[in-house]
Every structure is written in C-alpha cells, then in structure tokens.
Ligand binder design. Structure first.
Ligand code: ARG
Ligand code: GLU
Length: 689
C-alpha cells in the first residue's frame, strides 16, 4: 500500500509539467527575482539586466513604433523586430514595380536603406519609483478628483523638468498596481529609423492567418531596420547627413541553438494585462464579451471569405482587413476557452470568499460587493458599446462617409481619403455585412440600448434588406467620381446623405448615451480596483506581485518547453525547415513558399534547420519583436506570438498551456544569407561562438 503510494507520488512528480514562470517584472526591481532566475539557469546578474551606471541589456531594447519591441544587434545601430511590426513600413515602400511585401527587400549598402518618417524607437534611459513625489501634499480627506488633480500637477512638475524635445528626451509618470505606486520612465526617442531588410511575405508571414496563434509554427516573422543619429549620436529627424547610431549596448547573437528545458528570458514592452481583477471582470470577458464578439466576427469573416475565394482581386483587397479581424477573433477564442478550462471564475470566487472572511473586520469590508455592483451597472452599457464597435462601426461606407465629411470640414484633400478607401473596397461585402451586423445589433440589444433612429428606420423600411437597398442606392459615397467632386459647400448635402446620416445618428447616440456612463463607471471600477489591489497585497503579504503590463519595459523568464493542448496530443517545442516543406503548397496562399526556398531545400542538408520554438515566458501583445535571450544574455530568438490555448494569460496564467512563440535567430541568419544574400549585415553582427 505504502509502496504504491510512493510510486504514485514519484510518478506524479515526474509528470508535473515544467513549471512555467508567471510574471512580467520591472527591470529596476529584478534583484528580487534574480535568485530564482539564477536557480533556473541564468548566469548574469541583476546589474547586467538593468543599470543606470553602466551599459546593461536594457540599453539594447527599444519600444518600436506604436505597439512593438525591437533589439539592437550591431555597433552600427542595426535593429531586429518582427515582419508584422515592420509591415506598415514595408508596405509604404512597395509599389507595383517594387513589391517588397511580396518579394522582400534587402538593402545592399547603407545608401540603399529606406527612411520612414513618423517611425520612432524609444530607449529607456531610467526608471524610478516617484510615489512620494507624486503624492506630495496628499491627505486622506481628499476626494478622488482632488487626488487625481494633485497627481497630475505633481507628475507634470517632474516630467517638465526632464522633457527636452530638441534632445529627444521624453518622460512619463505611470501608475502601477492601479496607481498605488508611481514610476517615472525617461525615454530617449530616435526618429530616423530606416528599413534595411525584410523577407518576402511568403516567409515573413508564412502560414498567414491559418497558422496565426498556433503551433506548430513556421513563420520567419522578422524585419531589419537601422537607427540613425546626428553627428553627436543624438536623436535627429531624417537627414542624409545622419550617421548610424552607436548604441551603449547591443546583443551578441548565439548560434548554439536551444533545446527543451533551456533557460529563456524575454525583454520587452507588453501592452495590457489584468491579473488582479475580480471574478466579475473575468466572467464578463469569458462568458459575455468574448463569445459575442467571436460570433459577430465569425459572420464578418465568413462574408469576406466567400467573396475573397471567388475573386483574386477581392482577396488582395481584403487580405489585410481580414487579417486584423481574424487576429483578435482567434485570440478571444483561446481566451474564453482557457478561462473556462482552468475555471478562473470559480477559483477567483474561492479566493474572494477567503478575502471576504479576512476583510470582515477591516476597512475592506464590503469592497468586493461594491466592485460587483459597479460591474453590474456598467456591463449593459459596456456591452452595448462593444456591439456598436463590432457592428455599426464595421460598415465601411458609414465610416468612410464620416472621414470624407471631416476632411472637407478641415480643408484636407478628399482624394487621399477616397483613393485609400476605394482601392480596397468591395461593395457586395459591405452590403452583406450591413444586413448581418445590423441584424445582430437589432436582435441582441434590448430597446433601451438602441437609438431611436434605429427603431424608426426599421419601422420605416420594414426590413434590413430594404433599408440597405435604399441606403446603398441613394448614398453618393458608393460613387468615387461624385465623392471626388465634393467641396466644402457640399457639407449640408452630405449631412443628409443616408450613409452619413446613419453614421451620425448612431455616433451621437453612442457619445451621449453610452460613452459617459461607461467611462464614469470605468473610472469608479479603477478606483475600487486600486483599493482592492492594495488590499490583496495586505491579504497575501508573502506573495510577490508583479504590476500589470502597461507598455513599460518588462522581463519575463522561463524555459523552452512544449505542451499538451488536448488529450493524446503532445507538441515538441522546436520546428524546422522540414515542416515548411511539408506545409508548402503553391495552391494555398498562406503556404506558398518562394521557389528559391524550395531550391535551397532541394540541395539537401537543411532538414534540421530550426525555424521557431516554444517557451514558457509570460508575454502579451506588445511583446512582438522582443529579444529572447539565453542564460548568458545572448540573443537566441525574436518573440512574435503566443499559442491560442494560452491567451487567457492576459487575465490568468496557466503554466500548462501558456507558451510564447519565438523565431529561432538561426532561421533569421539563414534567410538573410541564403534568400537575401546580404552577407554585409551578418558581417556587422557579433556572434557568441
Ligand atoms: N498573433 C500575432 C499578434 O498578435 C501576430 C499577428 C500578425 N499575424 C497575422 N497572421 N495576422 O500580433
Ligand atoms: N503578436 C503579438 C504582438 O504583436 C504578440 C502575441 C501576443 O499577444 O502575445 O505583440
């Protein structure tokens, strides 16, 4: 008996999945994690990760553009990020004659690198806890409004003393832990960032939306840029006199490769997580918001796909739109499923029961009830707002009408707006979307959450189809020539156009009836969460809390590991070129690789060429392009995705299912050398071996 028990215990221990490491840690405070990191294999120190006194790894990491991360990899300011992060720039430079999206782009010298006005990269200079300074003058008798004004004024004093636009220095004070603490972040922003290289989309976006959020993955998701500076290495707007930026620190690249169990660290700027919210928020997200938005997007995607499969031109027109609709659609499916699978609502409720008992005799008594009632009041409005965004707002003709209206009003040229719109517009898709989306809006919302205009129009026409037919027949926005002839004098006429009129009626209602309530209750929820966050820290004094992601620089660490998504399926963590060849199919757009890659493979010897790998790092949207480092702080990959079964990690991390997906840096090197023939780029990199 005892023996069997022991045996079971041993077996269980052996079967316990590798422990994934939850947490997105502030680099400044990484000393509190360094023992754990070192125990898991890391060989550097906290000072190596973050220091203001000497060059550290943080000096090689940048916030790239609006929503991504990038890393410096040479003494001449060479930068890696994802293909999907540089997509806009690559597209910008593409024409019919030079289609860099399709064919790739490789500068063969610095002179051939392409400038990208508007694109910036931000280096974090320093971060610092400024809670005392931000709350200076605060007394508990203040109202929340008074506290907010004080925080704003104090933060302003701090940042005004630092900001220096001419030198590219920008600082911001960010509330962490729901603004229980305030940190000052100082950035140096470089604004001459040039495109150096990008693989063809059939490599950089290989697998497309079919493979997005999935494993096994074979996407060569990288692009290469270079940061330029003035003669003093300082930030400057684009000028041909600028010179390559000399970084304080750049990453050494390791070609040693990865294997299961290896330590990995991701250093980047994750966007938004909500790890400390109550069961109310999780229930709304997993049981209401996600399923409803998924259903709406499924209808839209089906309509798009139907027309895209009938016509090659339509497929091109809608591929980017389709990709962005499908990206969140797929993520939400994983999130809703993951929250249900790990019973997040139930486990949060258990936790809340224990919290409630603890709070029975302290100042937090009643806090959870307050939060629940706030959500109860907010949710119907919030849900209507989400419906508005996913239905009315998705009818292209309506938003176009509003864009033309504001261009004319502001005296901007209509041509630009019109050209961009008609290039990628296919009216049958929009017409069918109109009926499907307005039908869902009508059916799913109670009359209290619909504008009077809606009810009135439906009564007038008798059916959505009749409404649609009349709107598309009468609106001038379906006719490019008519739109191009519009002038400011036509504004009154536009305001009675059925498309503009409809846009305006719903938008007014949205802004008057929904927005104010949603934002007021949202603010109250935030304030209640501030107290709840503080209370949780008192409730669990031994737990180390990491702050929710907010686009600031974070470190997460873990190890290379596969996972078991469902019964009898087990994924190993490394994909290879062999898998690309297995998927290769000239008839399927997402899997049609360039002929050169087929030829290279045919030479033989490349079966084991690594392409992507899985690890247990806690990442989120915004971590795209992040450097993935080994135990010695050398670059082994570029983060670009998570597996869909683990996307609930934005609300609740599950070590069994949460995996980040990285490009193996050796595939980048392979593509640069064999597809791009850009040896000169490899020559400026530093390799560990
Ligand atoms: N899922 C990744 C992210 O959230 C990649 C998105 C781009 N790729 C795509 N196939 N849509 O950004
Ligand atoms: N692709 C995402 C990004 O652009 C990263 C995937 C994720 O959400 O983890 O940041």
């Amino acid at each position: 008996m005892k023996k069997t028990f022991l045996l079971i215990l041993v077996l269980l221990t052996a079967l316990v999945p590798v422990k994934a490491d939850e947490g997105m840690w502030l680099p400044l405070l990484i000393s509190s994690r360094i023992d754990d990191m070192q125990a898991k294999g890391f060989r550097l120190t906290a000072e190596d990760i973050y220091s203001v006194n000497k060059a550290s790894l943080k000096d090689a990491v940048v916030r790239f553009g609006g929503g991504c991360t990038g890393e410096v990899v040479s003494p001449d300011g060479l930068l890696f990020t994802n293909h999907h992060c540089g997509y806009g720039q690559i597209q910008e430079h593409s024409t019919v004659e030079h289609d860099y999206l399709k064919d790739g782009f490789w500068a063969m010298s610095k002179e051939e690198e392409l400038p990208n006005p508007g694109l910036t990269v931000s280096f974090l200079q320093s971060m610092e806890d400024v809670t005392d300074r931000v709350l200076k003058g605060y007394v508990p008798s203040m109202t929340n409004g008074q506290r907010d004004s004080l925080v704003q004024a104090n933060s302003r004093i701090i940042t005004d003393a630092i900001n220096n636009q001419a030198k590219g220095i920008r600082s911001s004070v960010e509330g962490l832990y729901y603004a229980n603490q305030y940190f000052l972040f100082v950035y140096k922003i470089y604004s001459d960032v040039r495109l150096v290289g990008a693989p063809p989309s059939s490599i950089g976006k290989f697998g497309g939306d079919t493979d997005n959020w999935m494993w096994p993955r074979h996407t060569g998701d990288f692009s290469i840029f270079r940061i330029y500076a003035d003669k003093n290495n300082e930030p400057a707007e684009y000028s041909k006199d600028n010179v390559p930026y000399k970084p304080k620190r750049y990453f050494t690249i390791s070609r040693k490769g990865v294997k299961e169990g290896d330590f990995t660290m991701v250093y980047g700027t994750p966007g938004t997580t909500k790890e400390y919210v109550t069961s109310d928020e999780v229930r709304y997200t997993g049981e209401v918001s996600d399923p409803e938005k998924i259903a709406l997007r499924t209808m839209r995607l089906d309509i798009q796909k139907k027309y895209m499969s009938q016509d090659q031109a339509v497929r091109i027109q809608y591929s980017s739109k389709n990709a962005s609709v499908s990206n969140a659609w797929k993520k939400w499916q994983g999130e809703a499923k993951g929250l249900a699978r790990r019973k997040t609502v139930e486990s949060k409720m258990d936790y809340e029961d224990r919290f409630r008992k603890w709070a029975e005799n302290n100042q937090y008594k009643g806090l959870l009830e307050q939060i629940s009632s706030l959500y109860e009041r907010r949710n119907p409005y919030f849900r209507a707002q989400e419906y508005y965004n996913e239905t009315v707002s998705t009818i292209e003709l309506l938003t176009f009408a509003s864009r033309v209206h504001s261009a004319l009003k502001d005296g901007r040229p209509v041509e630009t707006v019109a050209d961009a719109f008609y290039k990628d517009y296919y009216q049958p898709i929009d017409e069918e979307t109109f009926v499907a989306m307005m039908g869902a809006f009508d059916k799913q919302l109670s009359s209290a959450f619909k504008p009077a205009y809606h009810t009135q129009k439906l009564a007038q026409y008798g059916s959505l189809e009749a409404w649609r037919n009349d709107l598309f027949a009468r609106s001038i926005f379906t006719d490019k020539d008519k739109v191009l002839s519009l002038t400011k004098e036509d504004l009154p006429k536009i305001e009675t156009d059925p498309a503009y009129e409809m846009y305006n009626a719903y938008n007014q209602w949205y802004r008057k009836e929904l927005q104010p309530t949603v934002s007021r209750l949202g603010q109250e929820i935030n304030l209640a969460n501030r107290r709840y966050m503080k209370a949780q820290m008192e409730f669990q004094p031994d737990k180390t809390f990491y702050p929710d992601a907010n686009r600031t620089l974070r470190v997460s660490y873990g190890q290379v590991a596969g996972y078991n998504p469902s019964d009898a399926i087990s994924y190993s963590p490394i994909s290879t070129l062999k898998g690309i060849i297995e998927k290769d199919n000239p008839d399927i757009f997402d899997y049609n690789i360039p002929q050169t890659l087929r030829d290279i493979y045919a030479e033989g010897g490349h079966d084991d060429q690594p392409v992507c790998f899985l690890a247990t790092n806690h990442t989120s949207g915004g971590n795209s392009g992040s450097p993935v480092l080994n135990a010695d702080g050398e670059l082994i990959g570029i983060n670009f995705d998570r597996v869909w079964e683990g996307t609930m990690s934005d609300l609740a991390f599950d070590p069994e299912f949460c995996r980040n997906i990285s490009l193996d840096i050796r595939y980048l090197l392979f593509v640069v050398e064999k597809i791009g023939h850009a040896q000169w780029l490899l020559d400026e990199m530093t390799f560990a071996d």
